[in-house]
Design a protein around this ligand. Structure first.
Ligand code: ADQ
Length: 477
C-alpha cells in the first residue's frame, strides 16, 4: 500500500466541512457546507495545499479520503457508541456546560472521558499521517483539546495551533473537571492557543498557572523541564464574511425576498427577529419572558409589532436540549394563546434550518434583532445581522455576555438576566430616534468590515507562525 499524500497545511475539526446528500436516483454526493469556518479556510487552503481531517457526520465506517471543492478531505470514523459518549456525552454534556458557566449542570462520567481520549488519539494519528514535514496544523475547538499534545508526541516537527470557538471558563469552574490536568497538558502541546476574547485567554493562563504549575508572563506560558517549551495564548476574535453578506443583502433576489417576508407578516411597523441554535446558552427563555411581559403590558402588540423566533434544531439527543425545546415551545404557545387576536400572531416560531439567502433576507427584513445569550463565545448571528444592514437601518440588542459585545459596543447592550432592563432595552431599540439608530449601525458596520473572517484566519496564522513571540508590528492586522 502506498503511503498517503502529505500536506503543508492541515485543519483538524470534529466535523468535515461537507454534508452527504442523497440524490433522487439514490446516488450519494458530498456538498461543502457553507459555514463561516469553511469560508475562512478556503482562501488559506487554495494557496497552501491543504487537507481537512474530521468526522463525516455518520456513525460507522468512514469513506476513503476524497477531494471536494479543492480541499482534500480525510474522514475519521466514529462508532455509534463513540458519537454517544465522546460527542453527545463528554463534548456536549460535560465540557459545553462547564465552559458556559454551568447554566445547566455538567455530567461527569469516566467512560465518556476514556472515549474522548480514544477519539482524540484517532484524530491525532490521522493528522500525523497526512502532515508533510514541518507542516502547519490548525486544530479547532473543545472537541479536540487533547490533540495538540498527542500530535506533538507523534510529530515534534509540526507547528501546531488550536482555536477555541466557545468561552474558556474561570478557573473556579474549570477546576471542577476531574480531568482538568489532562486537558491543560493536551492544550499546552500547541505552539499557539487562540481564544475569542482576551478574558478567555486570561482564564486559560490562570488555570494553567494554578492547576498545571506553568509559569506565566504576559501572554506566554513557560512549561517546566524536560522540554522547556513556551506557548502563547491570546485573543483572535472570529468574524463573518462581511463583504459576501453585504453583496448578498444588496442582491435583487434577497431584497425581493425581504419585502415578501414583511408582506407575509402583514407589513408590521416593527419586525423583531431572533435566530439561534436551540441551546440553553442563547437566552431564548429570558428573551421570551421579557417579550411576554411587554405583550402583557400592551407596550408591544401584533400585528403592528411582530416577533419571529427561528430556533434551529440542535443536539436533540441530549436531555437538557429536549427539556429546553419543551419549555420554549410551551412558552411560545402560551404567549400566542394569550396575546394573538384572531388573524394575527404575536410570536412566529420556526424550528428548522434555512438556506443562507433566506437568512440574509430575514436579517434585512428585521427592524430589531435580539441576540441575548447568557454566555456565548462570539455569536456570529449578531455580526451577520450587522453585515446585512446595507441601508444602515435596523437595531441590534446584544447581550454583554457574548464575545461579540467586545467589538460591538455601539449595539443596544443588555444583561439578559435583568428582565426589567432587557424590556427597557428592547423598547429603546424599537423607539429610538432614527438618526441615533443609524449612528449606531454605522459604527457597528465599520467594526464588522474591519475585522472580517479573512482577517481572523490571517491573524491566527501569523500568530501561530511567530509563537511564542507576538508577530512583529505591522505584520498583525
Ligand atoms: P454557535 O453556537 O452555533 O457557534 P453562532 O456563532 O451564532 O453560534 O453561529 C451560528 C451560525 O448558524 C450562524 O452562522 C447562523 O447564521 C447559522 N444559523 C443559525 N440558525 C440557522 C437556521 N435556522 N438556518 C440556517 N442557518 C442558521 C459556535 C460558538 C459561537 C461562535 C461560533 C464561531 O458557540 O459563540 O461565534 O461557534 O466561532
Amino acid at each position: 500500500m502506498s503511503s498517503p499524500e502529505q500536506f503543508e497545511f492541515v485543519v483538524v475539526a470534529n466535523r468535515l466541512p461537507v454534508d452527504r446528500v442523497v440524490d433522487p436516483d439514490g446516488t450519494t454526493q458530498w456538498r461543502t457546507s457553507p459555514g463561516g469556518l469553511v469560508t475562512a479556510m478556503e482562501a488559506v487552503m487554495r494557496v497552501s495545499d491543504g487537507a481537512w481531517v474530521g468526522w463525516a457526520g455518520q456513525p460507522g465506517d468512514a469513506p476513503a479520503p476524497f477531494d471536494e471543492d479543492e480541499i482534500h478531505l480525510v474522514p475519521v470514523p466514529l462508532s455509534a457508541e463513540e458519537v454517544r459518549d465522546y460527542y453527545e456525552g463528554f463534548c456536549n454534556d460535560t465540557i459545553w456546560p462547564i465552559y458556559h458557566d454551568v447554566i445547566v449542570s455538567a455530567t461527569f462520567r469516566r467512560t465518556w472521558w476514556s472515549t474522548y481520549e480514544r477519539v482524540n488519539r484517532r484524530f491525532a494519528e490521522a493528522t500525523a499521517a497526512v502532515a508533510a514535514p514541518g507542516a502547519t496544523i490548525w486544530v479547532q475547538d473543545y472537541q479536540l483539546q487533547l490533540v495538540p499534545a498527542m500530535l506533538r508526541e507523534l510529530r515534534p516537527d509540526l507547528r501546531i495551533g488550536w482555536f477555541n470557538h466557545i468561552p474558556f471558563p474561570a478557573v473556579e469552574l474549570f477546576a471542577q473537571l476531574p480531568w482538568r490536568g489532562h486537558i491543560l497538558r493536551g492544550l499546552l502541546g500547541a505552539d499557539f492557543l487562540g481564544f475569542q476574547r482576551a478574558d478567555d485567554a486570561a482564564n486559560f493562563r490562570r488555570s494553567a498557572a494554578r492547576l498545571a504549575g506553568v509559569e506565566v508572563e504576559g501572554e506566554v506560558l513557560s512549561l517546566g523541564e524536560p522540554d522547556g517549551r513556551r506557548v502563547r495564548a491570546a485573543a483572535v476574535p472570529i468574524s463573518v464574511d462581511s463583504r459576501q453578506l453585504d453583496q448578498m443583502a444588496r442582491s435583487e433576489s434577497v431584497q425581493r425576498r425581504a419585502a415578501e417576508i414583511r408582506h407575509s407578516l402583514g407589513d408590521p411597523e416593527c419586525l423583531i427577529l431572533g435566530v439561534d441554535r436551540l441551546d440553553y446558552t442563547k437566552g431564548i427563555r429570558h428573551r421570551l419572558k421579557a417579550y411576554g411581559e411587554l405583550l402583557a403590558g400592551g407596550e408591544v402588540a401584533p400585528p403592528r409589532t411582530t416577533f419571529v423566533q427561528i430556533a434551529t434544531p440542535s443536539r436533540e439527543r441530549v436531555e437538557a436540549y429536549r427539556n429546553l425545546r419543551e419549555q420554549v415551545e410551551g412558552k411560545v404557545g402560551r404567549l400566542n394563546g394569550d396575546h394573538s387576536p384572531i388573524g394575527t400572531t404575536a410570536i412566529h416560531y420556526i424550528h428548522r434550518s434555512h438556506p443562507r439567502q433566506d437568512m440574509a433576507a430575514l436579517f434585512l427584513a428585521a427592524d430589531v434583532m435580539l441576540v441575548t445569550p447568557l454566555r456565548d463565545g462570539m455569536n456570529l448571528v449578531a455580526k451577520e445581522y450587522v453585515a446585512c444592514q446595507v441601508d444602515e437601518g435596523g437595531a441590534l440588542v446584544l447581550s454583554e455576555f457574548t464575545g461579540a459585545a467586545e467589538e460591538l459596543g455601539d449595539a443596544y447592550l443588555c444583561n439578559p438576566h435583568d428582565i426589567e432592563g432587557l424590556k427597557q432595552t428592547i423598547l429603546q431599540a424599537i423607539t429610538d430616534d432614527p438618526e441615533e439608530k443609524r449612528r449606531r449601525m454605522r459604527a457597528l458596520r465599520e467594526a464588522v468590515v474591519e475585522n472580517d473572517v479573512h482577517t481572523w484566519s490571517r491573524t491566527f496564522l501569523q500568530a501561530l507562525e511567530h509563537a511564542p513571540e507576538p508577530p512583529p508590528a505591522g505584520d498583525e492586522d
